[in-house]
Design a protein around this ligand. Structure first.
Ligand SMILES: Nc1ncnc2c1ncn2[C@@H]1O[C@H](COP(=O)(O)OP(=O)(O)OP(=O)(O)O)[C@@H](O)[C@H]1O
Length: 267
């Protein structure tokens, strides 16, 4: 469905007259199947969000191609209605002067839906993300972090894209809310059958949600493994990240719940 082939990206350094260029992504190639959940995991600064922006078509790669069903993501037809996103910063993801219903109506109207159809769809979306209709009139500042992120998720699924890119989408939520949102994402995936690209540094959340994990280091793919076969992990880097996740789980510093299940799967 989504194919990424030999993608490279550099940024020029700071300063108005700087000509130094730093390569952020090196030769990135992978494919995402319909209905699959792919985790992109790596340390801070490894290039995960840069890759995410390229996949959304917000920025262009310097080299290589990104295609959705054979059409370049750089073309409107390649991305329109096919991919949407949920970011970590849910507070600024919703317009501060928009009520929840207005925030949800916007993408629906842009996709050509009107009147009653939009109203019914908003009710359904709110129900699907576990919010009742009293939330329709609320503004973003009246929502908790978990509620705001549910609204962002409802907005992302509203037009039924084939894929949702989630960039650290649960990272700043507290443990129990994080788990609820992961559960919600699982449930929505079952209803809509879409794919997720789950960008995170939280391996445990990734193991919980993903089918495959892609480990990224210094802008390069280290390896891609099945999230159900973590014993297949070969590289030292991926093993170190898994061990670190396990140590956090064991020390009680973990921010997530359902640890035993995750520990078993990591082991
Ligand atoms: N627009 C930009 N201009 C210049 N450099 C950038 C730009 N965006 C990102 N970078 C640099 O690219 C590198 C990778 O950043 P990126 O945000 O993609 O990493 P990340 O893996 O998502 O990190 P984190 O987990 O901390 O969000 C960093 O060194 C960053 O400073």
């Amino acid at each position: 469905m989504l194919t990424v082939d030999q993608v490279e990206k550099s940024y020029t350094g700071g300063g108005l007259f700087s000509r130094t260029s730093k390569k952020i992504l090196h030769n990135i190639s992978f494919a995402l199947e319909a209905g699959e959940v792919l985790g992109i995991i790596g340390e801070s600064g490894s290039g995960k969000s840069t890759l995410g922006r390229l996949l959304l078509g917000i920025e262009k790669p310097d080299r290589g191609t990104i295609q959705f069903e054979g059409i370049s993501i750089g073309e409107r037809a390649g991305r329109r209605g096919k991919i949407s996103a949920v970011f970590q910063d849910y507070t600024s993801s919703i317009h501060p002067y928009y009520t929840v219903e207005k925030a949800l109506a916007e993408p629906l109207k842009l996709s050509g839906q009107k009147g009653r159809e939009v109203e019914e769809r908003i009710d359904l979306l709110l129900r699907q993300v576990g919010l009742d209709s009293s939330y329709r009139k609320k503004y973003p500042h009246e929502l908790s972090g978990g509620e705001a992120q549910r609204v962002c998720i409802a907005r992302a699924v509203s037009t039924e894209p084939q894929c949702i890119l989630l960039d650290e989408a649960v990272s700043s939520l507290d443990a129990s809310v994080q788990f609820q949102v992961l559960e919600l994402l699982k449930k929505l995936k079952e209803s809509y059958g879409m794919s997720y690209i789950f960008i995170t540094h939280d391996i445990q959340a990734a193991v919980y949600l993903c089918d495959r994990l892609m480990f990224v280091r210094n802008g390069q793919i280290v390896e891609i493994v099945s999230a159900h076969q973590l014993t297949d992990v070969r590289s030292e880097y991926s093993n170190d990240m898994l061990r670190m996740a396990l140590r956090l789980a064991g020390s009680g510093e973990d921010r997530s719940v359902d640890l035993e299940n995750r520990k078993e799967r990591i082991l």
